[in-house]
Design a protein around this ligand. Sequence first.
Ligand code: TXA
Ligand code: MG
Length: 334
Amino acid sequence: METKLFSRAQIDDAVKLLAAGELVAFPTETVYGLGALATNEQAVKNVYAAKGRPSDNPLIVTVADEKMMAKYAKEIPVRAQKLIEQFWPGPLTILLFVKPQSLPSAVTGGLDTVAFRCPDDPLTHELITKLGAPIVGPSANTSTKPSPTTAQHVYHDLKGKIAGILDNGATKVGLESTIIDLSVSTPVVLRPGAITPEELSEALGEQVLVNSGQVADKNVPKAPGMKYRHYAPSVPVVVVDHEQDFKQIDYDQTCGVMALNPVLDQIDLPAANKFSLGQNLKDADHNLFAGLRYFDDQSAITKIYVQGFSGSQATLAYMNRLNKAAANQHYLTK
Ligand code: TXA
Ligand code: MG
């Protein structure tokens, strides 16, 4: 199959393909998603196949607005309304009870809940509005690999497996959306993202919980995706928590280093072995996945050292992804 790249001028071609049950990747403010008509069971099954994703890991349903969501949610509680008003369109995914029989069970992995997301991207908004129905939207990477933040990343992973990619340049945020579960009595953040627990608590006027464990009790995975290895290049990743440790590491030509500019400047390695995370945490969010992909594609690199951050809720999303990429391996200060 030829994988076509579509620009804004070709959006109608992308809509036609989706309506016919084909797979088309789409831009969002977080990462690129892999789209398929959410009401078409075969199309949804093809998404799992293209990504190599386990079938018990449910898919996000991407909507144009609250009105579209209302067709598939059993009810929209007041809490959801408050969050939608404040954060949509934007990097917040909301878990609600699904309206029975409104979506193929392949979307929800057989669960009684469904994750809704309304991305802040004008092209994708137009795409879904013209389609007139929601699209499923897992990240458009091969399962276990870092999420794609450019159309080229999507092409690298999925060329020949999907019909097209709608290109709107590099994504803004760079890490996937915050997921909040509103199907339980106390709201819980299942995956940290750009919108912090603090901001959610403030918007709701009550304390939200943060899911620290990978999987909920009774062996029922609450956010099934969290139990899988994720974001991982094929070589080991090591988190460096303290900036000064970058000077202690015994580097050789097979090491890759990802850090902020002032840290990189002090490291004596060829430019090709360094990848800049930028100037600050926001830049680092934006660049993390691109850096992991950069080194993953170089056969000479056998280890990647990546700067860690701490000290505020704003670091939660970055550290969540980095710890998974590193399988929790941290550099031990000498
Ligand atoms: O920013 C994002 O959310 C991106 C863009 C493309 O929208 N999408 C994304 O999708 O990250 P994905 O499939 O890579 O991650 C969605 C996570 C998975 O861990 C999945 O297990 C969880 O959401 N999820 C989806 N439906 C769920 C449900 N009904 N209950 C619990 N977890 C759910
Ligand atoms: Mg993903």
